[in-house]
Design a protein around this ligand. Structure first.
Ligand SMILES: Nc1ncnc2c1ncn2[C@@H]1O[C@H](COP(=O)(O)OP(=O)(O)OP(=O)(O)O)[C@@H](O)[C@H]1O
Ligand SMILES: [Mg+2]
Length: 298
């Protein structure tokens, strides 16, 4: 994992420059409304005065957000973009942290719990100095599998219980500067007690509107200087809808197209190749049912 490792608990800090590098060529389509909504929520919390905080307290509204949805739909990228927007438009005094789950989980008795407690304590210390924290718990399912799952490791179970306790302790009156984002693409496998503890739960899986699809393809076609006409775009949009590609799948198809343009002489029939890729290329959703079957048979 990139970033600056903070001690041995698994806490990792990513600098703004690193986040900027990650999003340098990233533009998300179909998620504008969600990004706006989440940005406003974060901004409200980070800038809340006493009267707003009293409302948050009334509803027990903690600054914790769970993003869930199929793989390859932009969840992680959305968090990076949100952080960058908050840093630029709300407060420069905010830093991005994540957890290296492999390091945080420790087979020694109780050590995973101590690591997580230490992580939250460190972050709260940072907040008490007046800074804000954007904590991303990506791939939450790695240590929050349902408690009924028999193969669950003791260290995993303990870490999950500690996370629940720490999420319970989050409160706008004491921790309004600590934003916690959880991400999973298998929410059905995450313990419902964990899911419930996130104040906001947002499904991320944009089905692109015709206009968003055209803008997305325009963006992907630019480097290869391809300008399909309206009829060709409509054909591609129909295949996109039929095959239920995720937004990330389309980019993956363009990766192949780009390599073909660079390494094979296909400039004369770009459209044929693109249609072939759309018709036969990898669709995340085709594999989802197989994947969840495999997981549920574990
Ligand atoms: N809505 C979108 N618009 C444009 N590109 C997208 C979109 N969603 C995903 N992508 C692209 O797909 C790739 C994967 O995105 P990302 O890693 O953010 O997805 P994810 O939902 O976190 O996936 P996973 O659940 O597998 O971790 C990135 O290159 C990203 O730019
Ligand atoms: Mg991700």
């Amino acid at each position: 994992m990139n970033g600056i490792v903070q001690g041995s608990s698994g806490l990792v800090k990513l600098t703004h420059a690193e986040i900027k590098r990650k999003i340098a060529y990233q533009k998300l389509f179909g998620l504008d409304e969600l990004q706006k909504y989440l940005f406003r929520f974060c901004k409200t919390i980070l800038t809340a005065d006493d009267s707003i905080i009293s409302h948050f307290r009334l509803y027990d509204l903690a600054p914790s957000i769970l993003l869930y949805g199929p793989p390859n739909t932009g969840k992680t990228t959305l968090c990076y973009l949100l952080f960058d927007q908050i840093k630029q438009e709300v407060t420069n005094e905010i830093n991005f942290y994540t957890v290296d789950v492999g390091q945080m989980l420790d087979p020694a008795l109780g050590q995973s719990s101590r690591n997580l407690e230490q992580i939250f304590q460190e972050l709260k210390n940072i907040c008490s100095d007046g800074s804000s924290v954007f904590l991303l718990l990506d791939e939450l399912d790695a240590f929050c599998m349902s408690r009924s799952r028999a193969q669950e490791h003791d260290a995993v179970r303990r870490a999950m219980t500690t996370l629940m306790l720490e999420l319970d302790k989050l409160h706008p009156s004491t921790t309004s500067q600590l934003l916690v984002f959880g991400i999973t693409n298998v929410p059905n496998l995450v313990d419902t007690a964990v899911v419930r503890r996130f104040a906001l739960k947002q499904y991320v899986d944009a089905h692109l509107s015709w206009d968003d699809f055209k803008s997305y393809l325009d963006y992907l076609n630019k480097p290869i200087k391809y300008k399909p006409n309206e009829e060709e775009l409509q054909k591609l949009y129909d295949i996109y809808s039929n095959r239920s590609f995720t937004t990330g799948d389309i980019k993956a198809l363009y990766k192949i197209l780009f390599v073909d343009v660079m390494c094979a002489d296909i400039s004369g029939n770009l459209l044929d190749r693109l249609i072939e890729l759309f018709e036969k290329g990898f669709s995340t959703r085709d594999h989802l049912s197989i994947a969840s079957e495999e997981l549920s048979n574990d």
